[in-house]
Design a binder for this molecule. Sequence first.
Ligand code: AIR
Length: 181
Amino acid sequence: MATQSKKKKPAAKTKAKTKATKKGSQKPLVGVIYASTTDEPVMKECGFILERFGISFETSMFSAHRQPEKTAAYAKSARKRGLKVLVAGAGMAAHLPGVLASMTTLPVVGVPLCGSALEGQDALFSMVQMPAGVPVPTLAVGKAGAKNAALLAVQMLALSDPSLVRKLDDLKKRMEGGEKL
Ligand code: AIR
Protein backbone atom coordinates (compact mmCIF):
# COMPACT_ATOMS: atom_id res chain seq x y z
CA MET A 1 0.00 0.00 0.00
CA ALA A 2 1.28 3.42 -0.92
CA THR A 3 2.15 5.53 2.10
CA GLN A 4 0.97 9.11 2.05
CA SER A 5 3.65 11.61 2.91
CA LYS A 6 2.86 13.85 5.88
CA LYS A 7 1.63 17.31 4.90
CA LYS A 8 4.49 19.71 5.47
CA LYS A 9 3.87 23.07 7.08
CA PRO A 10 4.96 25.88 4.76
CA ALA A 11 8.45 27.11 5.58
CA ALA A 12 8.40 30.28 7.65
CA LYS A 13 10.14 32.21 4.94
CA THR A 14 7.44 31.53 2.37
CA LYS A 15 4.50 32.17 4.67
CA ALA A 16 2.71 35.47 4.12
CA LYS A 17 2.71 37.73 7.13
CA THR A 18 -0.89 38.76 7.39
CA LYS A 19 -0.39 41.09 10.31
CA ALA A 20 1.17 44.32 9.30
CA THR A 21 3.48 45.95 11.79
CA LYS A 22 2.36 49.46 12.52
CA LYS A 23 4.89 52.01 13.64
CA GLY A 24 3.69 55.09 15.49
CA SER A 25 0.21 55.82 16.76
CA GLN A 26 -1.17 57.31 13.53
CA LYS A 27 -2.71 55.39 10.67
CA PRO A 28 0.09 54.19 8.40
CA LEU A 29 0.76 56.42 5.39
CA VAL A 30 3.38 54.20 3.78
CA GLY A 31 3.15 50.47 3.18
CA VAL A 32 6.52 48.72 3.05
CA ILE A 33 6.23 45.28 1.51
CA TYR A 34 8.83 42.65 0.74
CA ALA A 35 8.58 39.19 -0.73
CA SER A 36 10.61 37.04 1.66
CA THR A 37 12.44 36.97 4.98
CA THR A 38 15.55 36.99 2.78
CA ASP A 39 14.67 40.60 1.91
CA GLU A 40 13.96 41.74 5.45
CA PRO A 41 17.41 43.00 6.54
CA VAL A 42 17.72 45.32 3.54
CA MET A 43 14.12 46.52 3.60
CA LYS A 44 14.51 47.41 7.29
CA GLU A 45 16.67 50.30 6.09
CA CYS A 46 13.57 51.78 4.51
CA GLY A 47 11.77 51.67 7.83
CA PHE A 48 14.68 53.31 9.67
CA ILE A 49 14.50 56.34 7.36
CA LEU A 50 10.71 56.60 7.61
CA GLU A 51 11.02 56.47 11.39
CA ARG A 52 13.60 59.20 11.30
CA PHE A 53 11.10 61.43 9.48
CA GLY A 54 8.32 60.49 11.89
CA ILE A 55 6.25 58.84 9.17
CA SER A 56 3.79 56.17 10.27
CA PHE A 57 4.16 53.04 8.18
CA GLU A 58 3.32 49.37 8.14
CA THR A 59 5.44 46.47 6.99
CA SER A 60 4.10 43.32 5.37
CA MET A 61 5.67 40.26 3.88
CA PHE A 62 4.11 38.46 0.94
CA SER A 63 5.23 37.39 -2.49
CA ALA A 64 3.43 38.13 -5.75
CA HIS A 65 4.24 34.59 -6.88
CA ARG A 66 3.76 32.66 -3.66
CA GLN A 67 0.81 34.63 -2.28
CA PRO A 68 -0.89 36.16 -5.34
CA GLU A 69 -4.25 36.51 -3.62
CA LYS A 70 -2.83 38.29 -0.62
CA THR A 71 -0.98 40.59 -3.03
CA ALA A 72 -4.20 41.45 -4.85
CA ALA A 73 -6.16 42.02 -1.65
CA TYR A 74 -3.46 44.32 -0.29
CA ALA A 75 -3.24 46.37 -3.49
CA LYS A 76 -6.99 46.71 -3.79
CA SER A 77 -7.53 47.83 -0.20
CA ALA A 78 -4.45 50.04 0.21
CA ARG A 79 -5.99 53.38 -0.75
CA LYS A 80 -9.18 52.76 1.26
CA ARG A 81 -7.04 52.01 4.31
CA GLY A 82 -5.43 55.43 4.04
CA LEU A 83 -2.04 54.47 2.65
CA LYS A 84 -0.49 57.09 0.35
CA VAL A 85 2.61 55.36 -1.03
CA LEU A 86 3.70 51.73 -1.31
CA VAL A 87 7.34 50.63 -1.30
CA ALA A 88 7.89 47.09 -2.53
CA GLY A 89 11.16 45.17 -2.43
CA ALA A 90 11.92 41.81 -4.02
CA GLY A 91 14.76 39.88 -5.57
CA MET A 92 15.10 37.51 -8.55
CA ALA A 93 12.06 37.72 -10.88
CA ALA A 94 10.85 40.64 -8.84
CA HIS A 95 7.28 41.25 -9.89
CA LEU A 96 5.90 42.42 -6.55
CA PRO A 97 5.88 46.19 -7.22
CA GLY A 98 4.61 45.73 -10.77
CA VAL A 99 1.78 43.46 -9.70
CA LEU A 100 0.82 45.83 -6.87
CA ALA A 101 0.95 48.77 -9.29
CA SER A 102 -1.34 46.92 -11.69
CA MET A 103 -4.07 46.89 -9.04
CA THR A 104 -3.81 50.28 -7.32
CA THR A 105 -3.51 53.89 -8.42
CA LEU A 106 -1.28 54.69 -5.44
CA PRO A 107 2.36 55.29 -6.34
CA VAL A 108 4.36 52.07 -5.96
CA VAL A 109 8.12 52.44 -5.57
CA GLY A 110 10.28 49.42 -6.39
CA VAL A 111 13.44 48.29 -4.60
CA PRO A 112 15.35 45.60 -6.50
CA LEU A 113 17.23 43.29 -4.15
CA CYS A 114 20.26 41.15 -4.79
CA GLY A 115 21.17 37.72 -3.51
CA SER A 116 20.68 35.61 -6.59
CA ALA A 117 23.34 34.44 -9.04
CA LEU A 118 22.55 37.52 -11.13
CA GLU A 119 23.29 39.85 -8.19
CA GLY A 120 20.17 41.95 -8.44
CA GLN A 121 20.29 42.69 -12.16
CA ASP A 122 17.41 40.26 -12.62
CA ALA A 123 15.33 42.15 -10.04
CA LEU A 124 16.33 45.53 -11.45
CA PHE A 125 15.24 44.64 -14.97
CA SER A 126 12.05 42.96 -13.74
CA MET A 127 11.03 46.16 -11.96
CA VAL A 128 12.28 48.89 -14.21
CA GLN A 129 11.04 47.46 -17.49
CA MET A 130 7.34 48.03 -16.85
CA PRO A 131 5.08 48.40 -19.85
CA ALA A 132 3.53 51.82 -20.55
CA GLY A 133 0.51 52.41 -18.34
CA VAL A 134 1.87 50.83 -15.16
CA PRO A 135 4.71 52.96 -13.76
CA VAL A 136 7.06 51.59 -11.11
CA PRO A 137 9.70 54.16 -10.14
CA THR A 138 12.65 51.85 -9.49
CA LEU A 139 15.57 52.67 -7.25
CA ALA A 140 19.10 51.33 -6.82
CA VAL A 141 19.70 47.66 -6.05
CA GLY A 142 19.96 46.90 -2.33
CA LYS A 143 20.38 49.14 0.72
CA ALA A 144 20.80 52.42 -1.17
CA GLY A 145 17.55 51.68 -2.99
CA ALA A 146 15.72 50.84 0.23
CA LYS A 147 16.87 54.09 1.83
CA ASN A 148 16.07 56.15 -1.26
CA ALA A 149 12.65 54.53 -1.56
CA ALA A 150 11.87 55.86 1.91
CA LEU A 151 13.17 59.31 0.98
CA LEU A 152 11.12 59.31 -2.21
CA ALA A 153 8.03 58.39 -0.19
CA VAL A 154 8.82 61.27 2.19
CA GLN A 155 9.19 63.63 -0.78
CA MET A 156 5.81 62.53 -2.11
CA LEU A 157 4.19 63.10 1.28
CA ALA A 158 6.00 66.44 1.58
CA LEU A 159 4.03 67.73 -1.42
CA SER A 160 1.19 68.34 1.02
CA ASP A 161 3.09 68.57 4.31
CA PRO A 162 5.39 71.58 4.88
CA SER A 163 6.83 70.07 8.07
CA LEU A 164 8.33 67.29 5.96
CA VAL A 165 9.79 69.84 3.53
CA ARG A 166 11.64 71.38 6.48
CA LYS A 167 12.96 67.98 7.53
CA LEU A 168 14.10 67.23 3.96
CA ASP A 169 15.85 70.63 3.77
CA ASP A 170 17.55 69.86 7.05
CA LEU A 171 18.82 66.53 5.73
CA LYS A 172 20.23 68.25 2.62
CA LYS A 173 22.14 70.66 4.88
CA ARG A 174 23.49 67.82 7.00
CA MET A 175 24.60 65.92 3.90
CA GLU A 176 26.32 69.11 2.71
CA GLY A 177 28.20 68.97 6.00
CA GLY A 178 29.31 65.42 5.34
CA GLU A 179 26.57 63.26 6.86
CA LYS A 180 25.84 60.04 5.00
CA LEU A 181 22.49 58.33 5.11
N1 AIR B 1 10.83 36.29 -4.52
C1 AIR B 1 9.99 35.61 -3.72
N2 AIR B 1 8.81 35.51 -4.35
C2 AIR B 1 8.89 36.14 -5.50
C3 AIR B 1 10.17 36.65 -5.61
N3 AIR B 1 10.65 37.35 -6.62
C4 AIR B 1 12.20 36.66 -4.23
C5 AIR B 1 12.41 37.28 -2.88
C6 AIR B 1 13.84 36.95 -2.54
C7 AIR B 1 14.17 35.81 -3.47
O1 AIR B 1 13.02 35.55 -4.26
O2 AIR B 1 12.15 38.66 -2.96
O3 AIR B 1 14.71 38.04 -2.80
C8 AIR B 1 14.51 34.52 -2.72
O4 AIR B 1 13.46 34.27 -1.81
P1 AIR B 1 13.48 33.00 -0.81
O5 AIR B 1 12.23 33.15 0.02
O6 AIR B 1 13.46 31.78 -1.68
O7 AIR B 1 14.74 33.15 0.00
